[in-house]
Design a protein around this ligand. Structure first.
Ligand SMILES: [Zn+2]
Length: 329
């Protein structure tokens, strides 16, 4: 077939829908039968990199949808300011995804889990931490230390299974002392409004399941060799971030020092989840000023998976430069 004849023949097929629909249907049917339905699932949610000799694994627990972000999500900004910022970040403005990332660090001496996720029963879209841990090659029984940043339910409910049994059978659980003093105070619980009771009760359930394996730590000190806590109060009364050090390399796990990246770009905005907005903003600036000055990578609990990022200054706030994926470790 000459090029010209061939072009005419193809043109005839292209014109076929108008001239002969039956011919087109005949062509389309075999192909459609061979195409499977969309898989509808993401890749496994774990991401691994090294910090010096330490091996870091970020585990995705899933996400929670916060509808109507213009309505009360930021206490000290107008709805229009919030929507404008979301548009600038190329994010939808009708609802915000709040992701959850749990980190495991293998220091060579310890296998440390930082917070424990939502558990498997709370939210259909956020219950995947254990599945992703196993997919990454780590078993819950291998965890020897759990460092807790604060007592909000999305960070501690995954300590136990739906029957209330400990999931991490061989781990001791390290909890910040001022956080413990706040949530375990029976008097404060009895004075708290009904809507806040659940948080107090959940803390008792989760830590109660570990009994004598729970230890309290004074923020600012070393938890295990190569891992120390940093007081970043405000989100909650005893909220902590963590520093992982190996040789000259470091990593900051910022926990909820910011929520979603909106609050990294606008560090003075008060999230509805921050119990003391002014104190949280001051802690945020202090931690991220240090991170920028020292060029330390950060994993935050509520940034989009895999979260690991370098931080730069942007305007009056900060922004992320996501860490690049590499097959090499
Ligand atoms: Zn949180």
């Amino acid at each position: 077939m000459s090029a010209l004849t061939r072009r005419i023949a193809l043109g005839a097929i292209a014109a076929a829908p108008l001239a002969a629909p039956a011919l087109l249907a005949g062509l389309a049917r075999p192909a459609a039968a061979n195409v499977p339905p969309p898989v509808g699932r993401q890749a496994p949610g774990w991401f691994r990199f090294k910090v010096g000799q330490a091996e870091v694994t970020v585990l995705h627990d899933g996400y929670f949808i916060r509808p109507n972000p213009a309505d009360g999500m930021v206490r000290n900004a107008t709805g229009e300011q919030v929507l404008g910022e979301l548009r600038e970040m190329f994010l939808p403005t009708d609802a915000v995804h709040n992701p959850f990332n749990i980190t495991v660090v293998n220091t060579g001496r310890n296998l440390v889990l930082f917070d424990a996720g939502n558990g498997t029963a709370a939210r259909p879209t956020a219950r995947f931490m254990l599945e992703n841990m196993r997919a990454s090659g780590i078993e819950p029984a291998q965890i020897d230390t759990i460092a807790v940043s604060h007592f909000h339910g999305d960070h501690i409910t995954g300590l136990t299974d739906p029957q209330g049994q400990p999931i991490f059978a061989n781990a001791r659980v390290l909890a910040p002392e001022p956080e413990w003093n706040h949530w375990m105070d029976d008097g404060r619980m009895s004075r708290a409004p009904q809507a806040a009771q659940g948080g107090f009760q959940n803390a008792r359930r989760q830590f109660g399941a570990y009994g004598a394996k729970v230890e309290r730590y004074a923020p600012g000190g070393e938890l295990v060799p190569g891992v120390s806590s940093i007081a970043t109060y405000g989100h909650t009364p005893g909220h902590c971030a963590f520093r992982v050090s190996s040789g000259n390399a470091q990593l900051i796990l910022s926990s909820d020092t910011t929520g979603i990246p909106l609050f990294l770009r606008n560090p003075d905005w008060h999230s509805a989840f921050d119990m003391d907005g002014n104190m949280a903003a001051a802690s945020r600036r202090r931690l991220f000023d240090m991170v920028v000055a020292d060029r330390i990578p950060v994993v935050a609990y509520h940034w989009p998976f895999p979260s690991a990022s370098y931080i730069v200054r942007r305007g009056n706030g900060f922004d992320r430069v996501p860490m690049e994926y590499s097959l090499a470790l």
